[in-house]
Ligand binder design. Structure first.
Ligand code: FE
Ligand code: CA
Length: 513
């Protein structure tokens, strides 16, 4: 479904290497004796479909077990229908080795729709924690309710993952995480803990960074509790990168080698089915929840045009007043193929709620200054024609009940989306929610109040607290709750509801709950 045959073939080859390749299997150790449990990064599941889910783990041998890690390893997985692990439904094995950082990716197939499953991995005398997951309902099922959490932006140094502890304890169908899963850089202000290593450039350095994040018990709990649906933003590689360009204007060929390393490490640590091919990786995807909802995830980094009117010294996003290039119709956020794919998806969808998970804020956020309107060039404001095409395409396709979900900007946002932003003559065609940031620092209350004043489409914008967004969908309405705590997030932080909003079926736009 929306994955090409060639991509499926590639996934099949990757998985076959792990499960069947005879030479690798013959050399693999099936019963190593570990002195320390190598499953220290936890377990995860993702990409829930009606009949399958992806299971993930990665083994990290301790120094004492270094020699075990040198050879290929057989890792067994078991899936159960009950939390007590008394009713096994499937088992299998995967061969992994150091060339893939001892990561394990299993596409568990032949499962029943809308069911809870429990799973674990074993390797020799080592056993992983038990994870819980849930398959999607059958494509044609009459689903009355769907619940999920939206998260993004979890700078390790800027707070603890108390939000994930709360997410892990909830009854959810899935977690949607829209990017900045790791941060490559450090920011000394408000640091509650340290990366302890320098900015990653190589595959091993990106692996270490992912392993550090995955070592967090609260993050592990949220992964072990629910299947995750993921897309990325910039910090999984480097701040504000755009296609083959990084802020330092590194020669593209060299930057693409770094991007390939970052994508490879990302894949190795996530419950995803499709590995990268060099510097290219397919992450945008589509999910369905019976007849109730369809969810598309978008990739807003890999295919986008370079920033408009860049600073010739350092090309990160910047705040600009005058820049004719912004309105160039050729500029793209998604690339031509992905743009066509989402447009056709929205036009062809017969499901009620159409959700688009993407990495940043789509509504306009510019400031009115004496010298003119100032816009931030790294967000959708830097790609206004691409935004217009997306919303116009949805409008002309008659895509009702469309809700855009985002991250990146470290604030909770509820907004109306119009083809011409902030223009009351342009009808509201969709609704937007941004889920704040798990830990990363956001803008002050005063600056968000000012942004809201200059952008009447934005009904809510708070960057002074951290957290996530919680959603409940029924055929009649979509409810959104912003769950937040003070910045920076302390280890024992508790969460409260900052605000709640609803979207009524058949009526695009934010309503007070
Ligand atoms: Fe971020
Ligand atoms: Ca970002």
């Amino acid at each position: 479904m929306n994955i090409t045959r060639r991509e499926l073939h590639r996934a099949a080859i990757w998985l076959a290497l792990g499960s069947m390749a005879a030479p690798l299997r013959a050399r693999a150790q099936s019963a190593p004796r570990w002195s320390a449990n190598p499953f220290g990064l936890g377990v995860a599941s993702g990409q829930p479909r009606p009949d399958s889910v992806v299971l993930w783990t990665r083994l990290v041998p301790s120094q004492a077990d270094d020699a075990i890690g040198d050879s290929a390893l057989v890792v067994k997985h078991e899936i159960f229908a009950d939390a007590e692990l008394r009713r096994p439904v499937a088992r299998g094995e995967t061969v992994t080795d150091a060339s893939r950082a001892h990561s394990v990716h299993v596409i568990a197939q032949g499962l029943q729709p809308q069911r809870d499953y429990w799973y674990r991995f074993t390797c020799g005398n080592a056993v992983s924690k038990v994870g819980h997951t849930r398959t999607a309902p059958a494509e044609g099922a009459d689903v009355r309710r769907m619940r999920f959490a939206l998260g993004s932006c979890q700078h390790y140094e800027q707070g603890y993952y108390a939000a994930h502890r709360e997410i892990g304890g909830r009854d959810l169908d899935f977690v949607l995480f829209v990017g900045d899963y790791i941060y490559e850089g450090s920011n000394p202000s408000n640091a509650v803990r340290q990366h302890g290593t320098k900015t990653p450039h190589t595959l091993d350095q990106y692996r270490d960074r992912h392993a550090l994040y995955k070592s967090d018990a609260d993050l592990q709990a949220a992964h072990a509790a629910h299947p995750w649906i993921l897309t990325w933003d910039d910090h999984e590689v480097v701040n504000d990168y755009a296609d083959d360009r990084d802020p330092a204007y590194t020669e593209p060929e060299r930057f693409l080698r770094r991007r390939a390393a970052a994508y490879q490490a990302y894949f190795e640590h996530m419950p995803l089915a499709l590995p990268p091919q060099g510097a290219a990786m397919r992450i945008h995807d589509r999910f369905a929840w019976g007849r109730l909802a369809e969810l598309w995830t978008l990739d807003c980094r890999q295919f986008r045009s370079h920033h408009a009117c860049p600073d010739p010294e350092r090309d990160h996003g910047r705040t600009l007043v005058e820049c004719a290039e912004l309105d160039d119709a050729k500029r793209t956020m998604l690339g031509a193929d992905q743009e066509r794919w989402i447009k056709q998806g929205l036009a062809g969808s017969t499901r009620q709620w159409k959700l688009v998970g993407q990495s940043t804020q789509m509504s306009a956020t510019g400031f009115d200054a004496p010298e003119g309107r100032k816009v931030w060039t790294d967000g959708w404001d830097g790609y206004p024609e691409a935004r217009r095409r997306f919303l116009q395409g949805a409008e002309s396709a008659g895509a009702r009940d469309l809700v855009v979900l985002g991250g990146d900007v470290h604030r909770h946002v509820a907004a109306d989306l119009r083809v011409r932003p902030n223009d009351r003559a342009s009808p509201i065609v969709a609704t937007e929610f941004v889920g704040g940031s798990i830990t990363s620092r956001g803008a002050s209350r005063a600056s968000m109040d000012r942004m809201r004043r200059d952008n009447p489409d934005v009904k809510h914008a708070r960057g002074d607290e951290r957290g996530y967004a919680l959603f409940e969908l029924t055929p009649g309405r979509m409810q959104c709750e912003f769950r937040t705590t003070e910045h920076p997030v302390q280890e024992r932080a508790t969460f409260a509801t900052q605000a709640s909003y609803v979207v009524e079926a058949g009526r695009p736009g934010v309503q007070a709950a």
